[in-house]
Write a protein that binds this ligand. Structure first.
Ligand code: AMP
Length: 191
């Protein structure tokens, strides 16, 4: 079993970009539930049709659907040598479901990316213009951020309480500057 990592951070912090770069560097699959859900919507699958309205409104797709999707992903052969989770778990109940699914193969490190609120909103607005995501309306962006602070941010306390270290990494600066910090945080638990 290779590396088992988890990225935590609010929308706009650059989590997806950093997660993709790190997954490539260490050679594990980048498991992004947001990407998987967007793909399901694009393909018009049953899951995609059930998830679309919730996603467009900036809400959270039901735990049952997301957990089933992640379990299916973990069953694929490439995930047997580790994984980097991005956007999952989003709340404590998903974290508990993850612990059960990985059955003793605990997450090694949580990388928590941070940035100040003004910078987050600025980046989300820039991305909204560039990518035209249907959930990048001002209302949905605010709802996603609010849900992050309410439901997801508390995971930064959940993991240490379950003996999983959390490295807090400053997400301000260029992509390369932040990536150096991410790699340094990983090197610290495994020099
Ligand atoms: P993201 O790309 O991670 O920002 O996810 C985009 C949208 O997909 C979110 O706003 C949610 O509606 C949905 N989503 C992604 N991951 C999860 C998750 N773990 N639990 C529930 N909903 C999720």
């Amino acid at each position: 079993m290779g590396r088992r990592l988890l990225f935590l951070g609010p929308q706009g912090v650059g989590k997806g970009t950093q997660a993709a770069k790190l997954a490539k560097l260490i050679g594990v699959p980048h498991v992004s539930t947001g990407d998987m859900l967007r793909q399901a919507v694009a393909e018009g699958t049953d899951l995609g049709m059930r998830a679309k309205a919730v996603m467009d409104a900036g809400g959270l797709v039901s735990d049952d659907l997301v957990v089933a999707m992640v379990k299916e992903r973990f069953a694929k052969s490439d995930a047997q040598c580790g994984y980097l989770l991005d956007g999952f778990p989003r709340n404590e109940s998903q974290a508990v479901a993850l612990d059960r699914a990985i059955n003793g193969n605990a997450v090694e490190l949580v990388i928590s990316l941070t940035a100040d609120e003004d910078e987050l909103l600025r980046r989300m607005e820039a991305r909204a213009e560039e990518e035209g995501r249907t959930d990048d309306t001002p209302e949905a962006m605010q709802r996603r951020l609010a849900l992050y602070w309410e439901e997801t941010a508390p995971l930064a306390d959940y993991y240490p309480a379950h003996d999983v270290p959390v490295a807090t990494v400053d997400g301000m600066g260029t992509i390369d500057e932040v990536f150096h910090r991410v790699v340094a945080a990983l090197a610290e638990i495994d020099p």
